[in-house]
Design a protein. Sequence first.
Length: 373
Amino acid sequence: MHVEFYRHNLDAADIAEVTRVLQSVFLTTGPVTAAFEGKFAALTGLPHVVALNSCTGALHLALLALGIGPGDEVITTAMTFIATATAIMHTGATPVLVDADPVTAQIDPVKVAQALTSRTKAVMPVHLYGAMADMRALRAIADAHGLALVEDCAHCIEGERGGVRPGQLSDAACYSFYATKNLACGEGGALAARDPDIAAQVRTLSLHGMSKNAADRYHGKYKHWDMVASGWKYNLNDIHAALLVNQIDRLDALLARRQALAERYDRGLRGTPGLERPQAVGKTAQHLYTIWVDPDRRDEILHQLQERHVGVAVNYRAIHTLRYFRETFGYVPEDFPVANRIGQRTISLPLYPKLTEDELDYVVAQVREVVAG
Ligand SMILES: *Cc1c(COP(=O)(O)O)cnc(C)c1O
């Protein structure tokens, strides 16, 4: 048996949609991107959606639209992918990392409150593994101190916690459609917001700061565009949007499958000595199936699983322990002991709708043997 860490869910209809785009006039941002934005707004319940070429770009532009720049501090978690912090650095602001909750691995609101300074302008929570951070607690902190809130929803389109979904309590929710995400087109992202002004600013900034995009310019009598801001090049194109526009209709069914697989893992791995799991609060998008093992044996376990043809990944080592963050900000591992320890213990197992029960049962058997040592 050979179990891939990830396999995508694109089907014949998605591929046919790409072919249709390739046979049309428009390859760049056009009618298919617009159709996807409409469907994504309906899915998330957030009225204003801008399709972009990455979540990193969405995070960057969300902060810019909220007026964040050099001299400002933005608080985020040490237990995340590096893009959460690099997007803050793209604006010229300083990422201020805080520790994670030891049970959920989510950003700890108590630590956020302790990290506030007169320079703090925003908080950027991450909904890690598909479960949600405590948005009510973070909203209360943001209200008390006049801060912006931008959510990294790269793992979490479908989650809900205490009746709150991504984007409902924040200024902007930023999504990823990277190759391995729950909704995937290879490279892609989106910003969703309640405030039309934030979305409009992000749309302009995503296309060089131009006042009109190619589709606007295509129709009717020629009208000059203007440059109204200094922008970036983050727009999604219709070829990539074609892979998303029908896939989005299957997201509920795909999540149900992920859920069933995660429950089968839970049953199969229950009672394995030396194995723990992060706990999700509320409904999770089941993006990653994470196990926590003995930190002194993690790499050995990873390698043994690979030798047994089980695809594995590490999501993530705490970012303050990575060389760039250590050298640039002077962090040491003990600065965030919870995130550091999670990063030393964590292993992601294969979890995707095409994973079969036989494959999953094989993974469970290998994990039980290898972890037992
Ligand atoms: C994937 C990911 C990102 C970056 O998404 P891109 O679309 O690749 O820019 C950001 N944050 C987290 C937590 C991610 O997993």
